[in-house]
Design a protein around this ligand. Structure first.
Ligand code: GUN
Ligand code: ZN
Length: 427
């Protein structure tokens, strides 16, 4: 297969800017990335790679910034059509908007239609990998993975399990959740670029029997990740504790049923108790920060200081989140941290959306970094995509000042191109 040489500015991380500062970021003004067989073969300067690979087909992206594609570590693709639904907090929002919409995903044609729309939107926004919840219907998982597979996208997902506190028609049972999840896992996990995630929605919508059944399935399949929600809103936490009176805290409702381990991903995790933080750190579980959702549904302000002790990924949480764009999500992460007295550096925001999420998903050896051997899921960021951004970026003295206006004000117009396994997918 022929080599493709992308030219543009490049930015890559050799370490974690939260732990090691901005020096871990390497910016090349006239950079180049060589793509071969769907992988990154080499990263260097334009001059050196042009000289080394004279036969490569050159795609010159000018002044635009070549980055790894964004990784959305927590989303609900079935909520695509109800994003930006007004006026309610978590439990009422679930009952009023989310559950009626999720009810429709037993219809494979509707599930396929929304899955296609979801990937159109997220690829246009520069998201190259997503970890999504589906609905209780196996059809919703088949639709999601089928669409991802057809597009060659790396994706993770699972059947969302609920056997109580959800409407008739949107409940499974402990046994069927186990059996359906197992069948889906066996059908999809490891096919092409797809990974199955064991997915209890959250403790309030599962009986202890269902959580145990899913814990047992996870013990049989430790190669899979487990995703769920934790400590998103204070009334949700009180409800979870009342439903599991013998649990020490919300986290314990999962641990008691075999649902805590290094492969566990907990969305939101805003109002954690000290014991929960200690236990999460001890086990090595990951937290997923969903800032647009946490402000939109009124949940609270995630504590970025947790990055010192835990792996933290970044996510839209659509449709509780109010945007499909990881740029908007980075902006919200910046704003939320400001409200807690912390200014996140642009390098930290970009790292969270790429390598941070990759690490949370245990995929840091495949995606999330511009380095030889990594999969060629890339984006090309136009740093002057609107007049407002262009006039601010024109005043920039360094790459961080040049990229920050796009982080704060950019949207899918800033994504000049998205490459999936080395192939451009934006028209
Ligand atoms: N907690 C349980 N289910 C959900 C969901 O769909 N969205 C959000 N934001 N929180 C949840
Ligand atoms: Zn969620």
């Amino acid at each position: 297969m022929s080599d493709i040489l992308l030219l543009g500015q490049t930015l890559r991380f050799t370490g974690d800017p939260f732990a090691e500062g901005t020096e871990t970021a390497e910016h090349t003004r006239h950079g180049a990335v060589l793509l071969r067989d769907g992988l990154i073969a080499e990263v260097g300067t334009a001059d050196s790679l042009r000289a080394a690979y004279p036969a490569a087909r050159i795609v010159d992206h000018g002044d635009a910034l070549i980055l790894p594609g964004f990784i959305d570590a927590h989303a609900h693709y079935p909520q695509t059509a109800i994003i930006a639904s007004w006026g309610l907090r978590l439990i009422d929002w679930l009952n009023r908007y989310t559950f009626p919409e999720e009810m429709r995903f037993g219809d494979p044609a509707y599930a396929a239609e929304v899955a296609a729309r979801y990937f159109d939107l997220t690829l246009a926004a520069g998201t190259t990998t997503v970890a999504s919840y589906c609905t209780i219907h196996p059809e919703s998982v088949d639709a999601f993975f089928g669409e991802a597979q057809a597009r060659g996208v790396r994706a993770l997902a699972g059947k969302t399990c609920m056997d109580r506190n959800a409407p008739e028609g949107l409940r499974d049972t402990a046994q069927s959740a186990h059996d359906d999840s197992k069948a889906l896992l066996e059908r999809w996990h490891g096919q092409d670029r797809l990974s199955y995630m064991i997915t209890p929605r959250f403790s309030p919508t599962s009986t202890p029997e269902q959580l145990s059944a899913l814990g047992a399935l996870w013990a049989e399949h430790p190669e899979c990740l487990m995703q769920t929600h934790l400590s998103e809103q204070t009334d949700e936490i009180a409800w979870a504790k009342s439903l599991f009176p013998e649990a020490r805290d919300y986290l314990d409702t999962y641990e008691q049923h075999g649902l805590l381990g290094p492969g566990a991903l907990f969305g939101h995790a805003i109002h954690l108790e000290p014991r929960e933080i200690d236990r999460l750190a001890e086990v090595g579980a990951a937290l997923i920060h969903c800032p647009t959702s946490n402000t939109f549904i009124g949940s609270g302000l995630f504590d970025m200081a947790l990055t010192a002790r835990l792996r933290v990924g970044l996510a839209t949480d659509t449709g509780g989140g109010s945007s499909f764009s990881m740029l908007r999500t980075m902006a919200a992460a910046y704003e939320v941290a400001q409200l807690r007295g912390q200014a996140l550096h642009p390098s930290q925001l970009l790292w969270l959306a790429t390598q941070g999420s990759a690490k949370a998903l245990g995929l840091e050896h495949q995606i999330g970094t511009l380095a030889p051997g990594m999969e060629a899921d890339l984006i090309v960021l136009d740093l002057a995509s609107t007049p407002a951004i262009a006039q601010r970026a024109a005043r920039a003295d360094d790459i961080w000042e040049a990229v920050f206006p796009t982080i704060m004000m950019g949207d899918d117009r800033a994504i000049a191109q998205t490459y999936i396994a080395g192939k451009p997918v934006k028209a």
